[in-house]
Design a protein around this ligand. Sequence first.
Ligand code: COA
Length: 374
Amino acid sequence: MKRAIISGTGIEIPADAISNEELVESYNAYVETENPKRAARGEPPLQQSNKEFIVAASGISSRHVITRDGILDADRMAPRMTSRGDDELSIEAEFGVVSARRALDDAGLQPSDIDLVICSASHHQRPYPAIAIEIQKELGIEGAAAFDMGLGCSSAAAGLHVAVGLVSSGMQKRVLVVSPEILSGHLNYRDRQTHFIFGDASVSFVVEAIEEGETRPGRFEILDSRTWTEMSSNIRTNFGFLNRAESDDTSRVLMEDKLVMQSGNKVFKDVTLAAHKFIVSFLEDNGLTPADVRRYWLHQANSRMNALIMKYVLGHEADGDRAPIVLDQLGNTAAAGTIIAFHEHNEDMKPGEYGLLCAFGAGYSIGASLIRKM
Ligand code: COA
């Protein structure tokens, strides 16, 4: 078995941002226009959203999106993006390429050094040709393979898991994993329960084989990786290619029943429990206790959830140094969140210190990697 490291990371956070205040104002404007129509139909009124609730329940103050255009317009409440021709780079591939170039630069690699591209994200703009192949072409990576995969918010972690397996077995030498997350395109901004949760971000990283005895100071060696899944519909999208066959109404633009749905409260409880058990047993199987791990880069969905998981794992509360939070300014960026937390919070770690990357979410799914600074 070869040793594998994360040799570079790159992130892209879009410039456009939306504050809780703006989001709530637009949602409440929608409610004001909708409620008279609902009353006329004999339906109960929609409740207003509330910025104090959002911060208290989730820790999120703001989120970045590829474009603000259309999202806050109470008549639309969906981003407006221009459709591109088949010969143009797709929006998702373009977003992925930005972080991918940064990851290659960080690793000191040329595109020609990569022998596999995996685009692992919670949403892919289309099933085929794979977004990964477009990214491969745009970067000028020749003689390599590329494919898409996904596991909800655990997509980057699952991509890491697959990359480590392939690199350790000697089947690939350097794998580029790209997770462009454009949640704004699939979020129902008319649903009070979820309209505040997600944001957009793109992350990429390179998993690379190193020789026995070789060291790359400042990089992280991947010591072990594991994934877990259990069927649950508590976070689900029903968007898919059979929608057309299932409905007579092919004119719906918003398709609200096909957007992200979540029973947040159930997810909170189920995943908090599953994640803390998973972390403890994963570390135990590696001969470590939770106290041995210097830093936890957890999934960035909810700061309360992360605080609880850390409390269960460690037996006491953890501060932001032990388990950094980036969701306050970015929202839940799905698979990107864990990698952004890692990218922004690893330089201060000392050689030999352990860290745990752990993502969790739809599926349910969990993906974790135990890493050590070289
Ligand atoms: N503004 C005001 N009130 C709101 C609201 C909003 N935007 N959204 C929900 N509420 C109300 C609910 O209707 C409910 O009212 P009720 O008690 O009268 O029924 C109340 O607030 C509590 O709602 P609940 O859903 O129980 O809140 P919560 O404390 O569970 O927080 C989440 C909601 C979504 C922030 C939280 O459950 C969460 O983050 N879950 C995990 C998400 C996750 O990890 N997902 C993984 C996929 S990435």
